[in-house]
Design a protein around this ligand. Structure first.
Ligand SMILES: C[S@@+](CC[C@H](N)C(=O)[O-])C[C@H]1O[C@@H](n2cnc3c(N)ncnc32)[C@H](O)[C@@H]1O
Length: 258
C-alpha cells in the first residue's frame, strides 16, 4: 500500500505466506472442512456454528451491507452472501488475501487492502460488521470500536469472535477483556457469550484433522504448516480446566441504538 510500511506490522509477512499457501493447498482446504465444518481458510477458531450465528443477525431486504474486518480471502463473506444475497465488503492488510477475494467474489462485493485504523467507510453504511479474530490488531481499541459504530446504520450490529491466551493475554473473564473495556469506556452496551468449552473441543478437532491430512500436507510440500497446526493445538494435551486458566473465547454482540 502506498505510504505505509506493512512489513513492520505484526505478523504481516506470516499472513502473506498463509494466504499464498491456502490459495493452493488441497490439504488445508480438507483440514478446514474437517475441523471447522466448512472451508473459509480460517486462521483461528471460527467454526461453522459461530458463522451460522451471524446469519441470524442479518436483516431481510434488498439493500443489506455487511463488512468483515480482517476478511482474509473473503470466503466467510461469500458464504454469508450466498445465504442472504447481501452486498459484501471486506478489508484486510494482506495483499495476497485481497487479490484472491477480488478474483472469487465480483458481484455486489467490495474488497480493500488496508490496515485497521487507515481504511475508512462512510457513516451509517453497514447493517452488520463482523470481525473474527482480528480486533486484536487495532492500534487503539476504543478508537476502532467508535469508528465501527459510526459506520453502522441505526440498529446495526457488531459481531466479534474474540480469543484470549493467543494474541491477547488472558484476563479474568468476558467483562475484563481489552474489547469489553473499550465498550465500557465508550458506553456501548453489549451481550457476550463464553464459548471456551466449545473452543477446547474445536482445538481437538483441529488437531485430529491436521493428523488425518498429514500425508497430503507433506506431499504438497506444506509440512511447515502441518507443524504449525500441531504447535497451535498443543494446548489440548492439557485437561479442560488447565486450558481454561490460560485461554478463553467469547462472542460479543453490540447493537447501535442511536
Ligand atoms: C487470525 S486471522 C483471522 C482471519 C479470519 N477473520 C478468520 O476468522 O479466519 C487475522 C486476520 O487479520 C488480518 N490482519 C492482521 N492485522 C491486520 C491489520 N493491522 N489490519 C488489517 N488486517 C489485519 C490478517 O491478514 C488476517 O486475515
Amino acid at each position: 500500500m502506498p505510504g505505509t510500511n506493512n512489513t513492520k506490522l505484526l505478523f504481516y509477512e506470516e499472513y502473506e505466506q498463509f494466504y499464498k499457501m491456502t490459495g493452493g493447498s488441497k490439504a488445508f482446504g480438507a483440514f478446514c472442512r474437517d475441523a471447522f465444518g466448512k472451508d473459509f481458510s480460517q486462521d483461528g477458531f471460527s467454526d461453522i456454528d459461530q458463522i451460522n450465528r451471524i446469519l441470524k443477525l442479518i436483516p431481510a431486504g434488498e439493500d443489506i451491507h455487511i463488512l468483515d474486518v480482517g476478511c482474509g480471502n473473503g470466503k466467510m463473506l461469500g458464504y454469508l452472501q450466498d445465504k442472504t444475497g447481501a452486498f459484501i465488503h471486506g478489508f484486510d492488510y494482506s495483499r495476497n488475501a485481497i487479490e484472491i477475494a477480488r478474483d472469487n467474489f465480483q458481484t455486489r462485493a467490495d474488497f480493500r487492502q488496508g490496515n485497521i485504523g487507515e481504511v475508512v467507510y462512510p457513516g451509517e453504511h453497514f447493517d452488520l460488521v463482523i470481525s473474527m479474530d482480528t480486533m486484536y490488531f487495532a492500534p487503539d481499541m476504543e478508537e476502532f470500536v467508535l469508528q465501527i459504530m459510526r459506520w453502522l446504520k441505526k440498529d446495526g450490529v457488531l459481531f466479534v469472535g474474540y480469543q484470549e491466551g493467543d494474541v491477547m493475554p488472558k484476563t479474568d473473564n468476558e467483562r475484563t477483556t481489552v474489547l469489553a473495556n473499550a465498550f465500557d469506556k465508550c458506553r456501548i452496551r453489549y451481550e457476550v457469550e463464553n464459548i471456551t468449552r466449545e473452543t477446547y473441543d474445536l482445538l481437538k478437532r483441529k488437531r485430529e484433522a491436521a493428523l488425518l491430512h498429514k500425508k497430503e500436507f507433506e506431499e504438497e510440500g506444506n509440512k511447515d504448516w502441518f507443524d504449525m497446526l500441531m504447535l497451535q493445538t498443543d494446548c489440548i494435551t492439557d485437561t479442560y480446566d488447565v486450558f481454561a486458566q490460560q485461554m478463553a473465547r467469547y462472542i460479543y454482540v453490540a447493537r447501535k441504538t442511536c
